[in-house]
Design a protein around this ligand. Structure first.
Ligand code: 5RP
Length: 266
């Protein structure tokens, strides 16, 4: 692995502890103005100081993130479909030149294993890996789950392993029972998505269990920006991922941030 690739990876997975807190705000690329991200700039700005990196599209990056913020960027480079159509019908949507121009630390693309357009998305992954290798930019494969796919270790483990075999540098997936087996059979770092909004305590338990099971961290979106205290939640998640906090300690951080806000308002 060359110097540029290693350097970029170290901006995402922190070398001090081998862990990562990514803030995922790319949902609009197929969901449009989803709840909590109606005005991306307002959502993103207060969270940036607590994120190791941010995952988003080039449109939101250009319009809604201050270039001086100096946050490592994981650029979503796949898409081309919407919630109204077959989601797996994705292609690469950003040229490598634009990714370089935007000074990204990694590029992210979804693979839809088991779906109608499985082959198309897997071939796109290999093309992106070839471009990334040429320019020293790591590729994060997102194991997107089709409507009929079970989020179990058999299916997610299959998708993660395929991503690794095809050359991805990091893979993002969902937490599941026997998650440690998925991590064991995947020779690249595994990061988890938060999934749909759940009560804060559950999202923190998920984070704790994922890290305990071998995930390097989270690439979390809705459970942060749809929380009643997004800053409290990202700080709580961060405490688990980087500071070995228990679920209770992390939940106290979230609760404390909520009562601080209430005191200020009162
Ligand atoms: C969409 C994505 C999202 O970034 C991913 O799902 C993470 O966000 P959340 O924690 O809301 O699930 O890759 O395809």
């Amino acid at each position: 692995m060359d110097w540029g690739m290693k350097n970029r990876l170290s901006r995402i997975i922190k070398p001090e502890d081998g862990r990562a807190v990514m803030l995922a705000v790319d949902h609009g690329y197929f969901l449009g103005p989803t709840s909590g991200l109606e005005e991306p700039r307002k959502t993103i700005a207060p969270l940036l100081p607590h994120a190791d990196s941010i995952m988003l599209t080039r449109g939101v990056l250009r319009t809604s993130v201050d270039p001086a913020a100096n946050v490592p960027v994981v650029l979503r480079v796949s898409g081309g479909t919407s919630i109204l159509k077959e989601l797996s019908n994705e292609d690469i949507t950003v040229s490598i030149e634009d990714a370089i121009r935007l000074n990204v630390s990694a590029m992210a693309l979804s693979i839809f294993v088991g779906s109608e357009f499985e082959k198309q998305t897997l071939v796109s992954l290999t093309k992106l890996v070839d471009e990334g290798e040429r320019h020293g930019i790591p590729v994060l494969a997102v194991t997107a789950v089709g409507k009929d796919m079970a989020r179990d270790v058999r299916y997610l483990g299959l998708a993660c392993r395929i991503a690794a075999e095809l050359g991805a540098h990091i893979v993002k997936t969902y937490h599941c029972d026997d998650f440690d087996k998925l991590v064991e059979s995947c020779p690249i770092p595994v990061i988890i998505a938060g999934g749909k909004k759940t009560p804060e305590l559950e999202a923190l338990e998920l984070t704790f269990n994922a890290v305990r099971g071998g995930a390097v961290g989270v690439d979390m979106g809705r459970n942060i920006f749809q929380s009643d205290s997004p800053t409290g939640m990202i700080r709580a998640v961060r405490a688990i991922v980087h500071d070995k906090a228990t679920v209770k300690q992390a939940y106290d951080i979230y609760q404390g941030s909520k009562s601080g806000k209430a005191r200020k308002a009162g």
